[in-house]
Design a protein around this ligand. Sequence first.
Ligand code: AMP
Ligand code: GLY
Length: 419
Amino acid sequence: MAKVLVIGQGAREHAIGRQLLLSEQVEEVYCAPGNPGMLRSGIKTVPIKELNFEKLVEFARKQAVSLTVVGPELPLQQGIVDYFNAAGLTIFGPSQAAAKLESSKQFAKKVMQEAGVPTARYASFQDESSAIQALSKVSYPVVIKADGLAAGKGVAIAKNQSDAVAIIHQLLGEHQFNTTSIVIEEYLEGQEFSLMAFVNGDQIIPMPLSQDHKAAYDGDRGPNTGGMGAYSPLPQFSTELGKRCVDAVVRPVIHALRQRDISFCGVLYAGLIMTKTGPKAIEYNVRFGDPETEVVLPQLQSDFYELILGLLDQQPPQVKWQNNDIYLGVVVSSENYPQSSAAGIRLSSFNSVPADFTINYAGVAQDSKNELVSNGGRILCATTKASNITQARTILYSWLNQQKLVGMRYRNDIGKRGE
Ligand code: AMP
Ligand code: GLY
């Protein structure tokens, strides 16, 4: 029986660990550092931080861990996969070189161009005055992005020139998000959606399409967050769209990376906009999305552990996804997320939930009585499934609305576009 290590601590890692535990071959799932909410699902937490590669390798060796799965982008960007591979350990995720596809917007744009991927027109800038000068050529709204990892928060949409000037000043004048370079790109109009795929070189196994809700408030208002909720599959799009996106935005990028001597292994996540002229890529992530994973992975009916090991071995098994239900996940966050987060709010409302509900915990801690309390911006993701999106929304929201959640909030319109 196998022992698996998951790196990370959010609701995404909770869902990954949960899915691995369903495998008949898996006896133990550890999560480093994990969170105490995961203990409720039988995942064991390990108090090692996700960037302490030396201690993580030591732990994996000592426990004879047969597979490590990486959740978040930061350890990938810092080379955790290269480090584990050098230690002779099996790990699923992209190398540091491949992770640049997510960690540098400029690199991603170059690769997209080389790959011929449909995407927004763009230009990059290192200094404030040339960026401001370039504004004379743009039409509004225009998108301005910090180069580098910013947890989905380093992107702003400027409605007019004075907004754009202010944003450029924050990024290149005041170096918000520690950025030294920005991308200014065309605003694409249309519904946003995500396609994740398991990849090892030419082997590409797409997952069902999903849709995140990145803005903080209902109606896509307010600042961008890490993601406030998701649903999958997407009833408004045909299943053929997924295949089309694999051919248009996944395969060519993997090929373009190979041209640069970079092989891709791991999860490739394409953030897309369905424009009038077809799907266009706006970003790539080199990992599972959060909260998309919480609604996508439970749809996997075949063995997750076998899938990853088979893929690493260049022999992926048959993969089976459910196709009867829509999965819906709503993130419950601190009241003032993303501006600030409150710690210590009791989460007893979530101790007993209806059948068919899953609670994946994120920003939580244990108090002195071993009760779960909030400890971060995104506290948890509550998911359910139903035969259509309206029903899923009714079930999930009528339960959430009955809870008297103090100091917490959630968006009320997750999944609405799929109705
Ligand atoms: P990113 O970090 O690149 O995913 O951008 C964060 C969010 O900004 C995306 O999820 C979109 O909602 C929005 N966004 C980014 N690029 C564009 C674009 N070119 N056109 C319209 N919206 C965009
Ligand atoms: N849900 C967006 C992300 O994981 O980046």
